[in-house]
Design a protein around this ligand. Structure first.
Ligand SMILES: Cc1cc2nc3c(=O)[nH]c(=O)nc-3n(C[C@H](O)[C@H](O)[C@H](O)COP(=O)(O)OP(=O)(O)OC[C@H]3O[C@@H](n4cnc5c(N)ncnc54)[C@H](O)[C@@H]3O)c2cc1C
Ligand code: FES
Ligand code: FES
Length: 1350
């Protein structure tokens, strides 16, 4: 029999064949003979097993769309482990003897739904559904470990999941029904169901029966029975208990060999033989390096199952963790220790636990190892600072022995370098107990609290001479301040022997400011902020220690009550919410679902993974994959393109460039773009060519092998550079009304100001995808595209292929989110894919990776607004002159319409008698910016809210008062001469004031601010008025096609696409009402260009209005045709009438059409109607900022939104909340960083942060304004997609209000500039104080910054 030692030798020297990889997926045994070590579980599930329920959202562990549950039997101690992981990072080879459970494995619509799937769907927690399987699996894994969780457990389980549509509230609400406290009474509670909306009310209250507050009824849910869960496969249990789990394994791939040693000795021997080999445990670092940094590791060692590396030993000095212990395991052990040991012993443990709370998401913590974190040696590691100040000891081993090293500043020798020798491994880490008289704290400051990497991370430890406040030992460690984690040794040494008091603080701060200085060009930017943080965090530590010393009875200075909040550790509160809407009138037909909160029709399929998205279409037999070749320069001439290396790569079929386009290479909304760059590139990410190969991996590797030589030209990157170079697209639009001169003359005060608003990445969870399938005949081509605009895709493809549009069929089943990003920019991909399919006469597919999608497809336009405003002493604004500059990028795309909408919204909701707005579209060398929910409206309104706030601040009045004073009144006219009829702004305002208890909240915030120096609260109430219609008049049309089949079923097609917004659901509701049949008889399969032609993009919030009216039109035609049969047989059924009509040879198909009447605005004459009507809303938000770190909490938001008579309150409230949260990201969180050379630096969820679960306001109330019918749209409803987004500006201005309160402490009064987003950095920098004074910013122009504001 072969011994393990013999096997080891064979592993590394002689063996060429691979072992068998045995694992189970959803109970099915898989034996993989040739697993490639570079294949991830996600790729295997989707491509090899066809299990497409698990989604790809980012490939970097940052979105959770790929979450699955792994289960494994652990011998020591004997137990089954179930844990959620990111399939996108899990190497296939790591799954030997593991059971994988995917969303398909727990339930299905056809079989039986799992309660986790049912509840997210029925609680309206699934809109586009792309995130849903991942969220379902996070919840499922939680319940497998803890069938009775509390809300904190649920929130923790979702730290690694993102959703871009729902705003998270409904997901939490639905899953609250699984919790112990929130556990559902099954509808038997005294006031209806205990669970509903967190407020105990299930239906309208007695005094307001017509007001409903429930969007779902938990009593309808199937009960959850944990005993019914699928069992761990018995065969796998036997295999695991047998020998096979611990045997050594070897898997060979194209470029990498995976070696799983059986014992520590074997591992050490292998490491000695392969010193460059990587040890892979969680693969959360190595996986990123391979995927995004083009690293190739020929040998990978997998030590995850070696006992010594997983051991946890409690010693006299502390706890020793094997280096392969996962962070989750370490957390559990430390938590237990904290509970069982005296507090003075566990100071270090508590600091580590504090860091772990905000360390990635659970999926990462479940697999990532302690050793991985240390050995990655990242300067922003959150654990290394604590390990350094705690005096942790590392045991290093090689085959000849072991040595111990102290984890101090000698350990890290350079950026991602340590003193560990290549042949050595890290065996374990000793985390010591803290001593009496020792205090330890850890801090992490990141742009977003949950699942984010640090800007600055720190740990501090102070040891005092017993019974005194004299510093005996002090260690201050910072991450994010240098290429390595550093100790502020000079400062610490200076403070030794000193008393812990004010003097020490002063000296520490001035010393830290000197010692922790950064080069103004330092990578990561935010230099002033980072420097200030080192001081602010020390100050927090100072106060915390002061408090603790005092608690020990020492006579140190007391921490004054107004400083106490600076020492508080943030613990999120479970959010609660209320949703209010108008119940349907009594007596409404039971089959008529208009006005009812029915579930999104695909929600159940989305929750089970059965809903098919573009990339889920099964592979065609001879299908190929395409990868793009894009420019790395912002502005350059292409000198040469060398594809020789790419063509030699395995699997490559061909490379394509401009000369391969059979039709026209000219493309774009304004015909100012090319399919492939022709001689010049004008942005980083500009598509130069494409490589087609037999697989995604081969295509992408080959694309990276293409060599391009450029002659660089000077780029224009920022708006300011464009203004300096006068680089604008024509026309420069303007709207003027009144008499500017007279207006400013009349004004008591004139004020000038400016604001810059950053752009925004759409971050639809599903990136752009196209599958092009050429037909044999006549140049026909069928395309499956994730597109909001099938007709544009069709015409762009036809033009590039040189065929008439009737040969090109575009089909869209559903999208995983769009938000405007899949309106015009999807064509840059779909056209290229179609050209390739046409050339090769084979199906070609491409789904952009997240980084490519972010790089290539543009986003919301950054705006710069400059204004002069004249106003009376009363606060009434009498004159406004405003200029807008948008960063449009390298092509016009939709920039003109976006700028026009910004101008149409420049006064937001305020009547300004004398006004002029001008709009300049800056031509820059950024990827073309494009449509994004709100389409320029939010940018226009943001500038308006800025000047109105300035007016208030300069008068010393409250902004709320000045806003109310200037609010439009019924019958008043806009700057573009549209009279406002049916205005509900005042109603929304008053209801919002009362629902938010504004006056009490304001008084409470003022009191809080007087009582707290370092935390401040702020409030703002902000209105919105959003014009509904495409501003390009011709787009305000729609078509529908309705077939009634002989069995009475109805197939409905219309021109709109489904991207999660519930359009298809609403259209079914409309058809059902008009035809008088239940919704279940109506079906929508997809949107396609061969059923409804010449469709307008699904955009401008107008799709329900337009397509709804077209559906109504078609259904009414059919109804008329059926009328004689109904009259003849009044007691007959729908089926009877349909059949009778059929036999009478009546056409049971009809198309419908609608165009919005009386539209058409003319900029030259400032006349004509720009909009059909307006949607109105008002929001009040309350926040709390930490003046020392810039972090903020969203405390409360109350929204009152006028959506007319809601067609579906669940969908509409979903749009309000989802839009609000997207706006919250825009105004407070999301920042795209560009280098001065125009390179996008933020290309994935790791660096670009959209709101997460924890960003929801702790109290969120959404009320749909009642009794507000809208005669201009289908069944008196109103558009809802875009209008609520801007209401999140209330959070921005609440933050500004809080910052103002902080500045008052430093005697800084009057207007001040705060650009958007109000990031932690901007908030901190604006709260000027003694710490910011010690860290002055470098003089602009004296250095090259890491990133520039574009
Ligand atoms: C989405 C996401 C979020 C993250 N968030 C955070 C965060 O909030 N804070 C933070 O600090 N980090 C974060 N990280 C970084 C990362 O998760 C950690 O560094 C993690 O601990 C690495 O462990 P691993 O087991 O996955 O490492 P692997 O990728 O398996 O290995 C990483 C490196 O460590 C080496 N190595 C591992 N074990 C040993 C050993 N025993 N001896 C010698 N070398 C060894 C490997 O050779 C390799 O070079 C995040 C990563 C991702 C993907
Ligand atoms: S795809 Fe795996 S976390 Fe995003
Ligand atoms: S429903 Fe969550 S991303 Fe669309």
């Amino acid at each position: 029999m072969e011994t393990s030692r013999n096997r080891t030798m064979a592993d590394s020297q002689n063996r060429t064949g691979s072992d068998e990889l045995i694992f189970f997926v959803n109970g099915r045994k898989i034996v993989e003979k040739n697993p490639d070590p570079e294949t991830t579980l996600l790729t295997y599930l989707r491509r090899k097993l066809g299990l497409t329920g698990t989604k790809l959202g980012c490939a970097e562990g940052g979105c959770g769309a790929c979450t699955v549950m792994l289960s494994r039997y652990q011998a020591e101690p004997q137990q089954l482990l179930h844990y959620a992981v990111n399939a996108c990072l899990a190497p296939l080879c790591s799954l030997h003897l593991v059971a994988v459970t995917t969303v398909e494995g727990i339930g299905s619509v056809a079989r039986k739904l799992h309660p986790v799937q049912e509840r997210i769907a029925r609680s309206h927690g699934s809109q586009c559904g792309f995130c849903t399987p991942g969220i379902v699996m996070s919840m499922y894994a939680l319940l497998r470990n803890n069938p009775t969780p509390n809300m904190a457990d649920v929130e923790e389980a979702f730290q690694g999941n993102l959703c871009r549509c729902t705003g998270y509230r409904p997901i939490l609400e639905g899953y609250k029904t699984f919790t112990v406290k929130g556990g559902c009474c099954g509808g038997k509670g005294q006031n209806g169901c205990c669970m509903t909306n967190g407020n105990g009310a299930f239906q309208g209250s007695k005094d307001k029966p017509e007001e409903a507050t429930s969007l779902f009824n938990p009593a309808d849910f199937e009960p959850y029975d944990p005993t019914q869960e699928v069992i761990f496969p018995p065969e796998l249990m036997n295999l695991s208990k047998g020998q096979r789990s611990s045997r050594s394994l070897c898997f060979h791939g194209d470029r990498t060999t995976w070696l799983q040693p059986e014992s520590l000795d074997e591992l050490l021997l292998l490491k000695w033989k392969h010193p460059d080999a990587r040890l892979v445990v969680g693969n959360t670092e190595v996986g990123i390096e391979v995927k995004f940094k083009n690293m190739v590791y020929p040998v990978v060692l997998a030590p995850g199952f070696i006992a010594e590396l997983n051991a946890v030993t409690h010693t006299e000095d502390g706890v020793v963790f094997g280096a392969a212990c996962t962070l989750s395991h370490m957390g559990a052990v430390l938590k237990e220790a904290v509970q069982s040991l005296p507090p003075h012993q566990t100071q270090v443990f508590q600091a580590i636990l504090e860091q772990l709370r905000w360390f990635a998401g659970q999926q990462i913590r479940n697999v990532a190892a302690i050793g991985g974190n240390i050995m990655t040696a990242s300067p922003i590691s959150d654990l290394n600072p604590v390990f350094m100040v705690a005096g942790c000891k590392l045991t290093l081993r090689d085959k000849d022995g072991s040595r111990e090293v102290q984890m101090d500043d000698g350990f890290f020798t350079g950026y991602r370098k340590t003193t560990v020798r290549p042949q050595e491994i890290l065996l374990s880490i000793l985390i010591p107990y803290s001593k009496k008289c020792q205090f330890v704290s850890a801090f992490k400051q990141s742009p977003r609290r949950e699942d984010d990497i640090s800007i600055v991370t720190a740990a501090m430890s102070a040891i005092f001479s017993p019974g005194t406040d004299i510093v005996k030992d002090l260690r201050l460690s910072y991450g994010g301040m240098a290429p390595v984690t550093v100790l502020a040794k000079k400062t610490a040494n200076r403070l030794l022997g000193r008393q812990w008091g004010e003097e020490l603080l002063q000296e520490a701060c001035s010393s830290l400011a000197e010692e922790m200085s950064l080069d103004p060009s330092a990578p990561g930017g935010m230099v002033t902020y980072r420097q200030t943080l080192t001081l602010s965090l020390f100050y927090k530590f100072y106060l915390t220690v002061l408090q603790k010393l005092r608690l020990q009875g020492l006579s140190v200075q007391e921490v004054s009550s107004e400083c106490l909040s600076a020492t508080e550790i943030y613990h999120p509160e479970t959010p609660s919410s209320v949703q209010v809407y108008q119940a349907v009138p009594e007596g409404q037909n039971q089959d008529d679902m208009v006005g009812c909160p029915i579930m999104h029709l695909s929600a159940l399929k989305q929750a089970t993974g059965e809903a098919v998205y573009c990339d889920d279409v099964p592979l065609y037999e001879n299908e190929l994959y395409l990868a793009l070749i894009t420019s790395t320069k912002a502005h350059a001439r292409i000198l040469s393109v060398d594809v020789s290396a790419a063509e030699r790569c395995p699997g490559v079929v061909c490379c394509l460039f401009a000369s391969d386009v059979p039709g026209s290479n000219v493309t774009g909304v304004r015909q100012d773009e090319t399919v492939f760059a022709d001689g010049q590139v004008t942005c980083v990410g500009h598509i130069i060519g494409a490589v087609v190969a037999d697989s995604q991996l081969h295509a992408q590797r080959a694309a990276k092998a293409v060599r391009i030589q450029y002659e660089e030209l000077k780029p224009i990157v920022t708006i300011q550079e464009a203004i300096a170079a006068q680089s604008f697209y024509e026309p420069i639009r303007a709207i003027q009304n009144g008499d500017m001169e007279a207006g400013f003359k009349q004004a008591d005060h004139i004020l000038e100001g400016e604001i810059h608003m950053g752009g925004q990445e759409h971050f639809y969870l599903e990136t752009n995808v196209t599958l092009a399938v050429p037909r044999e005949e006549d140049g026909e081509m069928e395309l499956f595209i994730s597109s909001q605009s099938p007709s544009d895709s069709q015409s762009f493809v036809a033009k590039a292929l040189g065929v008439p549009a009737n040969r090109v069929l575009v089909r869209v089943k559903r999208m995983g989110g769009g938000f405007g990003g899949k309106e015009s920019r999807t064509t840059v991909l779909s056209t290229v894919v179609a050209v390739a399919a046409n050339r090769l006469k084979r199906p070609v597919r491409c789904m952009l990776d997240r980084d490519e999608d972010m790089l290539i497809t543009g986003g919301r336009h950054p705006f710069y607004g400059k204004y002069k405003v004249g106003f009376l002493q009363s606060g009434k604004v009498v004159a406004l002159d405003v200029s807008f500059y948008s960063n449009s990028g390298n092509s016009m795309d939709l920039s003109q319409a976006i700028m026009e909408r910004a101008l149409f919204h420049m006064e937001n909701s305020y009547r300004i008698p004398n006004v002029r707005g001008q709009g300049f579209m800056c031509r820059t060398n950024l990827p073309s910016n494009t449509a994004f929910r709100g389409f320029g409206g939010p940018q226009g309104m943001m500038v308006a809210e800025n000047w109105i706030t300035d007016v208030a601040h300069s008068l010393g009045r409250s902004p709320e008062e000045v806003r109310r004073l200037n609010l439009y009144l019924e019958g008043e006219s806009t700057p573009y001469n549209q009279i406002l009829h049916g205005l509900t702004l005042d109603r929304c305002w008053d209801e919002c004031l009362s629902r938010s208890e504004y006056e009490q909240r304001r008084a409470a915030a003022d009191l809080f601010n007087r009582q707290n120096r370092w935390t401040k609260q702020g409030l703002a109430i902000v209105p919105t008025k959003f014009g509904i219609s495409f501003t390009a008049t011709f787009l305000n049309q729609a078509g529908a096609l309705v077939h009634i089949y002989r069995d009475g079923s109805v197939l409905l097609t219309h021109g709109g696409t489904e991207m999660g917004q519930g359009l298809h659901t609403k259209m079914v509701q409309v058809a059902s009402r008009v035809l008088g049949i239940p919704c279940s008889k109506v079906f929508i399969s997809e949107t396609s260009t061969n059923t409804v032609a010449n469709t307008s993009p699904t955009a401008a919030s107008a799709s329900t209005d337009l397509n709804g009216a077209a559906v109504q039109n078609a259904c009414e035609t059919l109804l008329k045709r059926l009328e004689p049969f109904k009259t003849k047989n009044p007691k007959g059924s729908w089926e009877d009438w349909v059949n009778a009509a059929y036999f009478d040879r009546v056409n049971l198909s009809a198309n419908g059409f609608y165009k919005t009447p009386d539209l058409g605005y003319d900029f030259d004459t400032n006349s004509g109607r720009a909009f059909n009507y307006y949607s109105y809303g008002v929001a009040c938000s309350e926040v709390e900022i930490d003046c020392l770190t810039g972090a903020h909490k969203n405390l409360r938001t109350t929204i009152v939104m006028d959506v007319g008579h809601s067609l579906n309150p669940a969908i509409d409230i979903g749009q309000v909340e989802g839009g609000f949260m997207q706006g919250l990201g825009l105004f407070t969180l999301e920042e795209l960083h560009y280098s001065p050379q125009g390179v996008l630096l933020t290309r994935g969820p790791g660096s670009y942060k959209i709101p997460a679960f924890g960003d929801i306001p702790t109290q969120l109330t959404v009320s749909l304004l009642r009794d507000s019918p809208n005669e201009k749209a289908i069944f008196a409803s109103k558009a809802v997609g875009e209008p609520p987004l801007f209401l999140a500006a209330s959070v921005f201005y609440a933050i500004k209000d809080a910052v103002r309160a902080a500045r008052v402490e430093s005697q800084m009064m009057g207007p001040f500039r705060l650009d958007s987003p109000a990031s932690a950095e901007r908030i901190r920098n604006a709260c000027c104080d003694q710490f910011t004074k010690l860290c002055p910013p470098a003089e602009p122009g004296t250095f090259t910054p890491w990133s520039v504001r574009v």
